[in-house]
Every structure is written in structure tokens, then in C-alpha cells.
Design a protein around this ligand. Structure first.
Ligand code: ZN
Length: 81
């Protein structure tokens, strides 16, 4: 299953982030522009295959239950938290 990944990057400061899907990216972009008056650019990336898997392994959503326990990355355990 393909996953849409959206990168947001500010031209005027170091603000930079990635989001899963357009709504989240738009919200962050609008928030930053409204708060700072900066001009934020965004870029849509469709991740497939290994790259998408690596993103899932990294727990990009930030919730522990989303971590792929089959991944070798999960074996690092609680030491890195
Ligand atoms: Zn900025």
C-alpha cells in the first residue's frame, strides 16, 4: 500500500518537518506562516517498498503501538527512549 509523505520546509528559517498526508502538512504549514509570516514550501513524496517500510520502522507517528515489532530497529529496546 502506498503512503503519501509530505515534506514541509521553510525558506526563511530552519523549520522543516515531514507528515503523513496532506491535511497534517497543510495545518503545520498554515500554522507556521500565520505565526511567523515566513514562506513555507511543501513537497509531496510517495514512498513505496523499502523506503516506506523504513519510515514505518522508525515509528514516524510517534506512538509505540505503531512500531513494527518485526523490524530489527525495534530490538534496540527501551534504551534509546
Ligand atoms: Zn520559518
Amino acid at each position: 500500500m502506498e503512503q503519501t509523505r509530505v515534506s514541509v520546509r521553510c525558506a526563511d528559517c530552519s523549520f522543516e518537518a515531514g507528515y503523513d498526508g496532506l491535511p497534517a502538512a497543510r495545518t503545520a504549514l498554515d500554522d507556521h506562516e500565520a505565526a511567523t509570516g515566513h514562506e513555507v514550501a511543501w513537497e509531496i513524496e510517495s514512498l513505496t517498498g523499502g523506503v516506506s517500510q523504513a519510515g514505518a520502522d522508525a515509528g514516524v507517528c510517534g506512538r509505540p503501538e505503531c512500531v513494527n515489532e518485526d523490524s530489527p530497529l525495534a530490538n534496540s529496546g527501551p534504551a534509546d527512549r
